[in-house]
Design a protein around this ligand. Sequence first.
Ligand code: F3S
Length: 387
Amino acid sequence: MQLDPEDEQILAGERGETRQKMLELLVALGKVFGAEHLVPIKSAQVSGASYKTIGKYGLDWLASLDAKAIVPAVLNPIGMARTRWEEMGIDPDFAKKQQAVVRAYKRLGIRLDCTCTPYYLHETRYSDHLAWSESSAVSYANSVIGARTNREGGPSALAAAIIGKTPCYGLHLPQNRVPQMVIDVHADTSRWGVADYGALGYHAGKLVGNRIPFFQGIKPDADQLKAIGAAMAATGAVALYHVEGITPEAQKNQYDISGIETVPVEQADVSRLFTDIPVDAVALGCPHCSSAELAEIARLLTGKIVTKPLYVFAAQGVIDRNVKIVDSIEKSGARVFADTCMVVSPAMEQYSSIMINSGKALAYVPNMCGGQARIGTIEDCVRVATE
Ligand code: F3S
């Protein structure tokens, strides 16, 4: 692998032991995947932030490091809202350990925005190279923005944040971004919302596995694209997809899809995922809500009071931009929390059945929280939370 003179100095230990170890990790990764060089990154997003997932050993490893990130870097959602954890019913002992993880990342120069939607916080552009970890964020960056990132593990994203570079392989290279399967949707999607697109992603992820799909027959907006990608990353391992005429790399019809395996998807494939099992809580914001989604939730809740716990999750930066909207949501008794989500927070384990409007949460809630999950439209979620 070609390294520049500064990297050679880092590898020789001249810039401290942590930097040396971080670059060793990136070089080892690059060698495994055949990278010829490192590429500078614009930002990093680091997973392994919830104490629920990293535990004591992860915390001890973080505490042993001594260097600072040199590119903007944010954290993945953690196990609780940093400032409102008591309201979430979080155990004080867990809160103490989670705060120690957050302090360890802060010491390493990682911004304490804990979100899977970093693209709402700092500008991310077409062809930017990134080192992001969270699967839905990776999918959105690659597919909707046209930026370039592999799905990093927590340690490799942290290493990239500290070195400011990542090994150039996989989705950083244009030849690895071409479609490998066509998903041809036969349905009237004109009335589809985020939940329908999430359900489509849930179904499509199982068909596609780790290939790069090219969708035909749909016209999703940005939030709906976010929902498809998040769900496909959960039921498959999709880090990049294209939508004919919509996503940037498919807009110019630059890909020749003739001869690629084509799989049809019918309305029934999506509809069968919608059930009416009883639920004891409702959670929205997987991935974290956009400003438009917060506004929609506020509109639907106007004049209503919740009768079941209704959680809404969004990045703190998005909440700060929408203070009046968030106040209006909370007037109903719903709660808008930053930094965490229905999957990574232990607070959700008290419920046996959770209603969500997300294909990704449909896949993860049963595994991570132990309860059942029911997907519904955002209107149905609000209706169930207020009936
Ligand atoms: Fe984000 Fe949590 Fe969903 S990290 S994508 S809100 S599972």
